[in-house]
Every structure is written in C-alpha cells, then in structure tokens.
Design a protein around this ligand. Structure first.
Ligand code: AMP
Length: 509
C-alpha cells in the first residue's frame, strides 16, 4: 500500500496504472469503522485500482462544530486499508487542497440544502460539494462510493455529477449498523457508554415507523409523529429534526407514493447523530443472474407469467437498438452516432399473453417484437451491447422501470449493478458438464446431429471465464443472492423453487 499526501504524487501513481483499468474512489474523513469497511470491500471487489481518501474537510464544518476534535487516526486507517487490499490512500493536508482562500465553491440547489441537515449546518453541503468535485477531478474514478447513512449528501452528489456532467458512476452503500442497531459513525467515539445506550432510540424509532409503513401507513405526519413520539421517550436525547422527503430530490413529502426517505438528527449529550431509513412501496424486483446456459431466460419468462410480473427483457432492448441502427445509414462501428441515436430513442416494453413473446417491444412507436429476432439482428446485437455508451443509457432506462417495481430481470450483473436493491436475488447456475449435456440434447433435437461433448465443455468453460472477466457487465454473484444449482432439476422445479422463495419473502400464502 502507498500513502500519498500530494496531488502530484497521487496523480502520477494513478496515471501510470490507469490505461483502461477501472478506478474506484471512496472519499472519507477517516476514523474508519465497519461502515467504511463495507464500502472499501465493495470498491476492491469491483475495481482494478482503489483510492481511499482521508481528509477532514474544514469547508464542511461550521464555526461551532467539531472540526478540531474530529478523530484522526491515519496510521490505523492505513493499516485497515492495507488489510482490505487498498493500494492507494490519499491523505492530503488542508494546504494541499485549498491553495487559494477563499476558494471557488460548488453550490448545490437551494431546495436540496434547505431541508434536513442543511437548515442547521449553514455552508456544510457547499463544503461537501466542493471537496467531492475536487476529489473526483483529482482521481477521475470510474466509480465513486457514498454511504446511504449520509442520505442528503448522497442525493446532492448524484445531482452534482448529473448537473456538472462529471463522468463517474455513483454507487450507494447501505447503512452498516452495530448488532444493537446503532449506525456506525466516526462520531460514536464521542459517546459515553450510557449515551451509546440512549442513542439506540434513533434506530428503534425508525424501525417503529418502518413497521407502521409496512402495515400500510403512508402519511408523512403520521410517520413523523411515530418517530417523534418514540424519540421523546428518551429524555436525554434532543431531537433536531424528523423529516420525510423524496430520496432523490429531497423535496418534502406529504405522503409516500413510491419511496420516501425518513431521516432524523438528534443530540445525544453534545454529540450530534443522524440516521435514516428508506421506505419503499414499490412492487418487488426479482433479479436473476448466472452463467450462460443455466436456463435463465426460460425460467425468467415462466416466473413472470406465474407471478404476473413484467419480464423486463433487457436483451430485447439491445436488440431493438440494434434493429434501429441497422435500419439507419449508421455504420455499426460508429459508436458516437449510435450513442446519439439511442439517447433519442423511445423503447417500450409491454407485457403480452403470448408464450413465445411474453414482452412485446416497441421502438419509436414501431412494434418490433418479431423483427428483433431476425438472424441479422442476432448477428450484430453483441457488438452493440458491448458499447459502453449504449449500455449506460439502457441500464438507466431499466432502472427507471425498476422504480415502479413488479419486474423480473435476468442477466449477468442485474443483482450487483442494475438493481443492487432488488428484493429477491437469485444466482442460477449449473455445472459445466450439465450445461454441455443440455446443449448437446438441444442440438440433437433441433439439428438431428450429435455434437462432441468434451469440445462443448471446453467452450462453455471458456465462455464462463470471458463472462466473468469482461470489461462491461462482468458476471458476478451478489453477496445476498440465493444460489440455485439447476443440475438434475427440471425447468418447472427451478421455477417452483424461485416462486416459493418469493412467497416466503413476501409471506404470500
Ligand atoms: P465519513 O468519513 O463519515 O465522511 O464517511 C465516509 C463515507 O462513508 C460516506 O459516504 C458515508 O456516508 C459512509 N458511511 C459512514 N458511516 C456509514 C455507515 N454506518 N454505513 C455505511 N456507510 C457509511
């Protein structure tokens, strides 16, 4: 592991390694804990190079806040990073980052900084937005990781990169909690043992509201009231705010339609703690990933039909775009023009009763359900799907469908990348031998010819290796996915297993 304290040193180290490697950035203020560890582990798993920055940013502290006391423990932090496989830690001095005083500042929209913490911490989010922009420009990562614990920060950062067109993907890390429910925070170090005990009321009050939400309560005043009532039972805990807003726009909600962020800030003694919960009322998403030939697409179609979910046929979306490109004058190698075409295209997926095509597809108003299955489209779709710009746009569209939920999706990175918060994640796999046997049988049934099983096995193994190493959408099993090995199972048995997992999860009798 190498530690850099200057921008020049860090940039030179990154530039020497960058080439076409992926870079993950995790910005922190240090005093690393288990919440940080989860983000670091994910970054290490998902990127070739990881930079953890450790910087207690004075711009985001108000005059009466804890800038001076904030815990600083660079040596132990570096040891943790080293243990977790981080190769680059960036811990600059204040002078290194803020050469000019006052500095140019990045100012998020007023609407986003006048709610939640923003109304009590003047200048805080300008400070956050400024340092995040600087770090993104210094490191130029492919992906940057931010915790849902700081939900307002996460929403502002997402808006910042969209509005300033910063080419980075933002990934959210769920809140990591102690066994007691208390969210890990560097500021927990300030708490006495008694205060730590009292602080449990924060997560408990949110859990209480979640229970009511799950039993159907959607009204903001009611949900906020439940939290406040619980918090006030702990007389030593002083509530600063309890608010319900939309997690993306941060606009206050009167009622949860699809999703709400219920967030609180309290003083426990002199320590200010925050916590939140996302309340989502969308219909569930089932994500099915796995290697080619494990039966994903057949299983997914049947599940969609049985559970009355939309089969979000991502393959059909790539096919529709390929069909569009082929019908235009654009060369299949002209990625910039194709990117423009895709960005203007309107793709519709409509559930259909047909067994053959359970999802009909329209692009720019034209029904292409059958046309996209032509051999010409089949021959060209993988080239189009390999284009980063096409993929990014289509993943965004898929995620918009996901906002409403009620979909089942299959692929290689659905549970890890497209819908990391899917309610049910399945990893469908089968041994190489079994997949070879199935393919040989299929070949015999359709072509009336025998095929060399050993050769097939070799090809399948090679394809698996390629799929797990590919730059775009590599095959990955999500840590919370349930693995089903389909060796020796019929399609119907696999479908029944997934359906019963779904029913258990949502307690449907
Ligand atoms: P900080 O060092 O407190 O600025 O946090 C650095 C990053 O870690 C931020 O993106 C935080 O949201 C995230 N983070 C802090 N605490 C937690 C936690 N308990 N669970 C998940 N992420 C966290």
């Amino acid at each position: 592991m190498r530690l850099f304290t200057t921008i020049a040193g860090l940039r030179s180290a990154i530039d020497r390694q960058r080439q076409d490697r992926t870079i993950g950035l995790f910005p922190t203020m240090g005093a690393l804990h288990s919440g940080h560890s989860l983000a670091i582990e994910r970054a290490v798993k998902e990127n070739d190079i990881v930079v953890v920055s450790i910087f207690v940013n004075p711009l985001q502290f108000g005059p009466n806040e804890d800038l001076d006391q904030y815990p600083r423990q660079l040596e132990t932090d570096c040891q943790l990073c080293e243990r977790l496989g981080v190769k680059l830690v960036f811990a600059p001095t204040t002078a290194e980052l803020y050469e000019h005083k006052p500095t140019v500042a990045v100012v998020p929209p007023t609407q986003m900084i006048s709610v939640l913490c923003g109304q009590f911490r003047a200048g805080h989010f300008e400070g956050v937005a400024t340092i995040v922009t600087k770090l993104l420009n210094i490191v130029q990562p492919t992906t940057a990781y931010f915790g849902e614990k700081d939900a307002q920060q996460l929403a502002i950062v997402r808006r910042l990169i969209a509005d300033l067109n910063i080419p980075v993907e933002i990934k959210a890390i769920p809140i990591v909690r102690e066994a007691s429910g208390l969210a890990y925070s560097s500021r927990n170090q300030y708490l006495t043992p008694e205060e730590k005990q009292r602080a449990l009321i924060l997560s408990r009050s949110l859990q209480e509201a979640q229970k009511f939400f799950e039993s159907g309560v959607r009204d903001a005043l009611e949900l906020i009231g439940i939290v406040k009532q619980k918090l006030t039972r702990e007389s030593q805990v002083k509530v600063q705010y309890v608010e319900l807003v939309h997690p993306d726009t941060l606009k206050p909600l009167e009622k949860i339609e699809e999703v709400g962020l219920l967030a609180i800030a309290c003083f426990v003694g002199s320590t200010r703690l925050i916590d939140n919960v996302i309340l989502r009322s969308r219909a569930p998403i089932i994500a099915i990933d796995g290697p080619a030939g494990a039966g994903k697409s057949t299983v997914t179609r049947r599940i969609a039909r049985n559970l009355d979910l939309l089969y979000l046929d991502t393959g059909a979306m790539y096919r529709a775009v390929t069909w569009l490109v082929m019908g235009s004058e654009i060369s299949l190698s002209d990625e910039p023009t194709i990117a423009e075409l895709v960005s203007k295209a309107k793709i519709e997926l409509i559930p259909d009763d047909s067994w053959e095509f359970p999802t009909s597809v329209k692009i720019n108003g034209e029904d292409v359900t059958r046309a996209i299955r032509s051999p010409q489209v089949t021959a060209n779709v993988s080239a189009i799907a390999a284009m980063v710009s096409v993929r990014q746009q289509l993943v965004k569209q898929q995620q918009r469908w996901g906002d409403r939920g009620g979909v089942v999706v299959e692929g290689r990175d659905i549970g890890t990348n497209v819908f990391p918060d899917a309610e049910l994640k399945i990893y469908l796999t089968a041994s190489v031998g079994e997949r070879a046997k199935r393919r040989a049988k299929e070949f015999k049934d359709t072509q009336q010819q025998e095929i060399d099983i050993e050769q097939l096995k070799k090809e399948i193994q090679q394809r698996d290796d390629r799929d797990s190493k590919r730059q775009i959408a590599p095959l990955k099993k999500a840590s919370d996915a349930i693995e089903i090995n389909t060796d020796g199972l019929t399609i119907e048995e696999v479908v029944q297993q997934v359906i019963s997992l779904y029913e258990q999860k949502f307690s449907i009798q």
